[in-house]
Write a protein that binds this ligand. Structure first.
Ligand code: ZN
Ligand code: ZN
Length: 308
């Protein structure tokens, strides 16, 4: 078979770009049972966008094609009104997330036969073309073209750290600086480090005030009204955020009479790419790669498809 393919990678460090002769990735994938993710450390690239199995919005297994699926993901994960370079950064992050799930472990453990699902709380949000026509109305053609452009201009690009596909986490707004992975979860991740953002002040969620009656707060936290302070001292910020549905885990609070008022910064878990920050950086003239380098520490961007 004519499956000797040339591999060329694009990355920050051009010297690292290597030409390799390898068996066609399709052949490897098909007959040797290897996964795309396992080919990446060997710098083996695919001829084109791979087919992936996802769990669709109806909860059924569906075979689709990575790049076209990404259009629906990007449209659901970031407003089409964001700057193009921010959309491109988000497209790379979303593609990286999917590729990271394309192995026998990460993806399959999470949902048996599929790479990702369309549940935003579990994997990534996704809108079908019909959804987008409904949501965007008159703006459909213009918005769709923008989203498609961001996906096409980054086709195949993903992020690696130390030759491994990264877990490309992202969230809405950091409110000043992003968080270390270990500040929100428990394990530290070398590329998910806190960084000063300073580009998300235009987010409607930059600073928030959320107020609850003591009764509501006690019910949500599972304690008595008098026990609220003690409970808040003991629980992690993440748990408090989840129990009360706060915008972020970066908050302070005060009790005023029969109410408890939380002042919080940002929206989301705070780890990885700040989406409003990406938009702010793009407005300031930064490119998608520079945006990603800012929010993910020491990563490189490579292309998983053969380059001409
Ligand atoms: Zn999922
Ligand atoms: Zn930010």
């Amino acid at each position: 078979m004519k499956l000797l393919l040339k591999l060329k990678m694009i990355c920050q460090n051009k010297e690292a770009a290597a030409m390799l002769l390898v068996f066609g990735a399709a052949l490897l994938l098909g007959s040797l049972g290897l996964t795309l993710k396992s080919l990446i450390p060997q710098r083996i690239s695919l001829p084109s966008s791979p087919h992936i199995t996802i769990i669709n919005q109806k909860g059924e297994l569906e075979e689709t094609e990575l790049e076209s699926f990404l259009v629906g993901v990007l449209a659901a994960e970031m407003p089409a009104s964001f700057e193009l370079e921010a959309l491109k950064a988000q497209a790379i992050a979303a593609r990286t997330y999917i590729v990271n799930n394309m192995d026998g472990q990460t993806g399959s453990q999470r949902h048996k036969d599929a790479v990702v699902c369309c549940n935003f709380a579990h994997c990534q949000a996704y809108y079908s073309t019909e959804d987008l026509k409904k949501n965007w109305g008159r703006d459909f053609s213009r918005n769709y073209a923008r989203i498609q452009q961001a996906v096409q201009e980054t086709a195949g690009e993903i992020m690696l750290y130390d030759n491994e596909v990264i877990n490309a986490l992202y969230f809405s707004t950091c409110g000043g600086k992003t968080s270390n992975a270990e500040d929100y979860w428990t394990a530290s991740v070398p590329y998910l480090k806190s960084t000063v953002c300073g580009f998300c002040t235009h987010s409607p969620r930059y600073a928030n005030t959320e107020s609850f009656s003591l009764q509501q707060a006690a019910a949500a936290l599972g304690c008595s009204k008098n026990g609220i302070k003690d409970k808040l001292d003991k629980l992690s910020a993440r748990t408090i955020r989840e129990k009360l549905g706060l915008f972020s885990a970066k908050f302070s609070y005060s009790i005023n009479g029969d109410n408890i008022v939380f002042q919080s910064h940002g929206s989301g878990h705070g780890v990885g790419l700040c989406q409003y920050g990406a938009d702010g950086m793009a407005k300031a003239g930064y490119l998608a790669e520079e945006i990603l380098q800012h929010y993910y520490t020491d990563i490189e961007i490579v292309n998983i498809y053969q380059q001409e």
